[in-house]
Design a protein around this ligand. Structure first.
Ligand code: FAS
Ligand code: PHB
Length: 389
């Protein structure tokens, strides 16, 4: 088989890149190791920046998001028993859309099907070859048969545990990592959200987040120690802990119910440089991971796709081959800024194991300053809604 761009990974990065390139007349094949059902079973991000929303609309995949997504003009921050609102609308005249990553991925798959886009599922042993030559190819096994895809370019959209980043030699790659000493226990419940906007809560017992997917589906998180397990958390224990970490007015309004999904995710910051080697580009989680506190993971994957699809269109359609050489630098500039914001949100809102009371009071002072300062709220708002591409 031959294609112009072989995309490794059928998550949001790979599907969105494939959709945008296909609409520009550039041929792609997506190679995904899992079944579609497995990919769609994952519960992940929930907040979409304007940039991602616009990219989905450009890809012809924004209709259901525009119909069902919840526009949020602000968020609540809670600390020291109080909660205050930061208005994105007042501070930066912008907003975000709450619409689950699972739904984004479902819409992307539907769009790929509608355009006859080729997504190969259950591809095993995906291997990248000749990446440092002008004639790369990809091999994989499916149904016991070995397959080969010759291509001009490979887009590694295969997430943190994928094969693409590891294809770049250690002598070429520089990896920057910060592992946080805690994780997030998240649940999904078919209950009305406690508030119509998100609540990020700093508490001496640990961080909590009240989010949602729609008016009848809530998403909640509490910070947990790294050695904690889902089995140690009954629903009742979760609800009791969440109530203790959010202000009384919200705790009293909380509607509880059985969890329909419950999982623990570790928190880390990770960035691989460069995001391109020869004919291979790294996109999304394949290149970088941010702690979910800033709601940036999926949104950074989107800005990578934005830069890369324009660079490949320049290469194929506008006789401007040099644009692909600028992809890594452009993408990394935005990745580092979003990583800084995600680090700041995580450091300000979480309880660290070695944290002293002085540290706790410093966090509360930082949040009190945020409550009182229009400048501080503007800084948070412009990062949260998404810095320009
Ligand atoms: P993905 O990991 O989504 O997709 C990669 C795809 O590649 C997968 O389908 C995988 O099966 C496939 N793949 C892997 N190896 C392969 C191989 N060798 N061959 C072929 N295919 C291969 N972000 C937020 O903004 N907010 C959140 O709350 C949030 N919560 C998260 C919770 C968890 C548990 C995780 C893991 C991530 C979370 N994220 C969150 C980040 C997440 O949303 C990612 O940023 C987003 O999935 C990035 O999309 P992709 O780059 O497409 O990577
Ligand atoms: C979510 O709804 O899953 C969510 C929202 C905001 C975050 C992280 C996760 O910062």
């Amino acid at each position: 088989m031959r294609t112009q761009v072989c995309i490794i990974g059928g998550g949001p990065s790979g599907l969105l890149l494939s959709q945008l390139l296909h609409r520009a007349g550039i041929d792609t094949v997506v190679v995904e190791q899992r079944t579609r059902d497995y990919v769609l079973s994952r519960i992940r991000a929930g907040v979409l920046e304007r940039g991602l929303c616009n990219l989905l609309r450009k890809a012809g995949v924004g209709e259901r998001m525009d119909r069902e997504g919840l526009v949020h003009d602000g968020t609540l921050i809670a600390a020291a028993g109080r909660q205050f609102r930061i208005s994105f609308k007042d501070r930066v005249n912008d907003s975000v859309v709450v619409y689950g990553q699972t739904e984004v991925t479902r819409d992307l798959y539907a769009a790929r099907d509608a355009m006859g886009g080729l997504v190969i599922h259950e591809a095993e042993g995906v291997t990248l070859h000749g990446v440092d030559t002008d004639h790369p190819h990809v091999t994989y096994r499916k149904d016991g048969t070995e397959h080969r895809i010759d291509c001009d370019w490979i887009a590694g959209c295969d997430g943190f545990h994928g094969v693409s980043r590891k294809t770049i030699p250690d002598t070429v790659r520089t990896e920057h990592e910060k592992v946080y000493p805690f994780g997030w226990l998240g649940i999904l419940s078919e209950t009305p959200p406690v508030n119509h906007e998100l609540i990020y809560a700093n508490h001496a017992r640990g961080f909590a987040l009240c989010s949602m997917r729609n008016p009848a589906l809530s998403r909640y998180y509490v910070q947990t120690p790294l050695d904690d397990t889902v089995e140690a958390w009954s629903d009742d224990r979760f609800w009791d802990e969440l109530r203790r970490r959010i202000p009384a007015e919200s705790a009293e309004a909380l509607v509880t119910g059985p969890s329909i999904e419950k999982s623990i995710a570790p928190l880390r910051s990770f960035i691989c440089e460069p995001m391109r080697w020869g004919r291979l580009f790294l996109v999304g989680d394949a290149a970088h991971i941010v702690p979910p506190t800033g709601a940036k993971g999926l949104n950074l994957a989107a800005s990578d796709v934005h830069y890369l699809h324009l660079a490949l269109e320049a290469f194929y359609l506008h006789n401007a081959p040099g644009e692909v050489d600028l992809y890594s630098e452009r993408a990394l500039a935005r990745v580092w800024k979003a990583s800084r914001f995600s680090w700041w949100m995580t450091s300000t809102l979480h309880r660290f194991p070695d944290q002293t009371d002085f540290d706790q009071r410093l966090q509360e002072a930082e949040l009190a300053y945020l409550e009182q300062s229009e400048a501080a709220q503007t800084a948070l708002a412009e990062n949260y809604v998404g810095l320009p591409y």
